[in-house]
Design a protein around this ligand. Structure first.
Ligand SMILES: Nc1ncnc2c1ncn2[C@@H]1O[C@H](COP(=O)(O)OP(=O)(O)OP(=O)(O)O)[C@@H](O)[C@H]1O
Length: 297
């Protein structure tokens, strides 16, 4: 077993039969989930018996080799895809049985070009309950104030009336974070939200996201290729094997918050990054879903 692997906590999901009263129920439980895209010769197995528990308010980063199924996990949790096998539970009930508010942000800010930044940010209030019922009554008052307050928090106070094309990529991504959080979601799904930004803008947005998370405390699943980003932002970093992906390592990150760029210069932060890097390197080399040498099944 490599030193990197020996030092890393292994993921061990609690048994499905654990008595509810004695175990804090996770907000999200992914249990033995497999997913295969397509059929016949075009079949691609993206996930293989993946299990993950995410407690309410946790901040979990998913990292792993390209194509290992990270975005597929987000899509399953967002109910855009159904698992081929296994189960997903939300607040203890099969996914779909409970309505929870979800916020999402992607690498591409996906703002609607014909709407102002404020109107883009207010969209979730227009389309999701319980806000939708009050849309007509509150859109020019409470909802507008809520969007403006959030925009001010991320440094876009003077840009509410601008259109997306009048903003830089980093500013658009700030607006997209506001849109993901304006309806105070229980669950925030982030798929490489800063992947297209330069390093300095990206680091600024880590701070923005950290501050918003500390204030609202949504449960976050963040997919990222940036290991520094995962260690800066998350409470836990979950490492996946190469496709078909499964979780091979679940590492706790307990740096005090708020973290700052100075945190990233600490020797233990740098060491953690090296360790994650070598894990992913080994997972890539193992390929075909094989578990890197030394990692217990
Ligand atoms: N709609 C689809 N149809 C067929 N195969 C798909 C589809 N979506 C994803 N895949 C395949 O499933 C595997 C997992 O894809 P996924 O996007 O979840 O990986 P990922 O870990 O997020 O990748 P990356 O890090 O490169 O963004 C990949 O091999 C991908 O090619």
């Amino acid at each position: 077993m490599t030193e990197a692997l020996q030092r890393t906590a292994l993921h061990a999901p609690p048994p499905a039969t654990a008595p509810e009263a004695s175990v804090a129920r996770p907000l999200i439980r992914i249990e033995d989930v497999s997913l295969t895209y397509g059929r016949g010769e075009r079949k691609v197995q993206a996930l293989s018996r993946t299990s993950l528990d995410v407690p309410n308010g946790d901040f979990v980063a998913l990292v792993g080799p390209s194509g290992c199924g990270k975005s597929t996990i987000l899509k399953i949790v967002a109910q855009l895809l159904s698992p081929s096998e296994g189960h997903v539970f939300v607040a203890g009930r099969e996914i779909g049985a409970v309505d929870i508010r979800i916020g999402m942000a992607f690498q591409n800010p996906t703002l609607l070009p014909w709407l102002s930044i404020r109107d883009n940010v207010m969209l979730p209030l227009k389309i999701s309950q319980p806000f939708r019922s009050d849309w007509r009554r509150k859109k020019n008052g409470e909802y507008r104030d809520r969007a403006d307050a959030l925009l001010a928090k991320v440094g876009l106070g003077g840009f509410a009336g601008h259109y997306p094309w009048q903003l830089s990529g980093g500013m658009q991504q700030r607006a997209s974070l506001c849109r993901a959080l304006v309806h105070e979601p229980t669950l925030l799904l982030l798929d490489e939200p800063f992947g297209a930004l330069d390093q300095f803008t990206r680091e600024e947005l880590w701070d923005v996201l950290q501050a918003l998370w500390m204030e609202q405390k949504p449960t976050v699943l963040l997919v990222t290729h940036d290991l520094r980003e995962s260690a800066y932002l998350a409470n836990r970093i979950v490492v996946m094997s190469a496709r078909p992906g499964r979780i091979i390592v679940d590492e706790t990150v307990d740096y005090q918050r708020p973290r700052s760029i100075e945190t990233t210069f600490r020797s233990d932060f740098v060491e953690l990054n090296h360790r994650l890097r070598s894990l992913i390197f080994e997972a890539r080399a193992a390929g075909s879903g094989a578990i890197p040498a030394g990692v217990a099944a």
